[in-house]
Design a protein around this ligand. Sequence first.
Ligand code: ZN
Length: 310
Amino acid sequence: MEIFFLEPVFVETIWGGSKLRDVFGYNIPSDTTGECWAISAHENGECRVAGGIYDGSLLSSLWKEKPDLFGNYPGDKFPLMVKIIDARKDLSIQVHPDDNYAKIHENGSLGKTECWYILDCKPESEIIIGHHAKNREELELMIQNHKWEELIRRVPIKKGDFFQIEPGCIHAIKEGTLILETQQNSDITYRLYDYDRLYNKKPRQLHIKESIANITVPFKEEQTDQKTEKLPGAVHTHLVSCKFYSVDKYDIDGLFIKEFEKYFTNVSVISGKGSINGISLEAGQHFIIPAKSGECRFEGNMSLICSNPE
Ligand code: ZN
């Protein structure tokens, strides 16, 4: 079966910047473009196929009409989503629901488990993951009394770091951070704190009740037990496996041959250039390798982030 490329959808945000153009050469709508929905079948931003026999098709239509491309993976929705996020300013501090909560409270939506690969950040950057409240009473008191500095857990980051964010985990990226996010196909976010910022003289809406209902207490750090192996033509790093996806990175140098898993594989070229089965590739391209594609022949000097549904 033929691999197919996707046309990203761009989302303007008050905290976005211009790195999606500066780093990847995308034709973004403005200098405040925060998100590139690179592989998405979500109704709020759907990718179309670019070129090939499925040119112009929505990913969601292919999912319904050509299930064999996806190895007949069960479910009525394409399960995953891949984004690149450029934070020129700090993002608000958020938490996501799990599938059970979202199904009941968000009209049957999926919950949101996500993970972040840090593509770039400023020196001595940090990220917000988790909190310091010992129990739910303390959590509620700290939120009611605006003890944000005591509550919020900050972690230093550098380029190449990777984080798994489970539902219920407080999280936010800070200014100057560029990430590749792999997530469940969901757009449900509860905003806990926005640094008391005003936009057009107004604060953005918070979701305190929903946040408190979903935050896991106490915070427990996710261990992603990354493993790196050297293969002919590539260094492979397994980043995470959870019940929704597994994510891997391949740093290819030369010729690398790989047969992928039984369903389908999302691929993002995060740096460098090369080819797959003779089709040229460069940083910023995103494509799907259908089920039963057999051996794929990669050549060049490039880094890929791949994800598979579990
Ligand atoms: Zn999130």
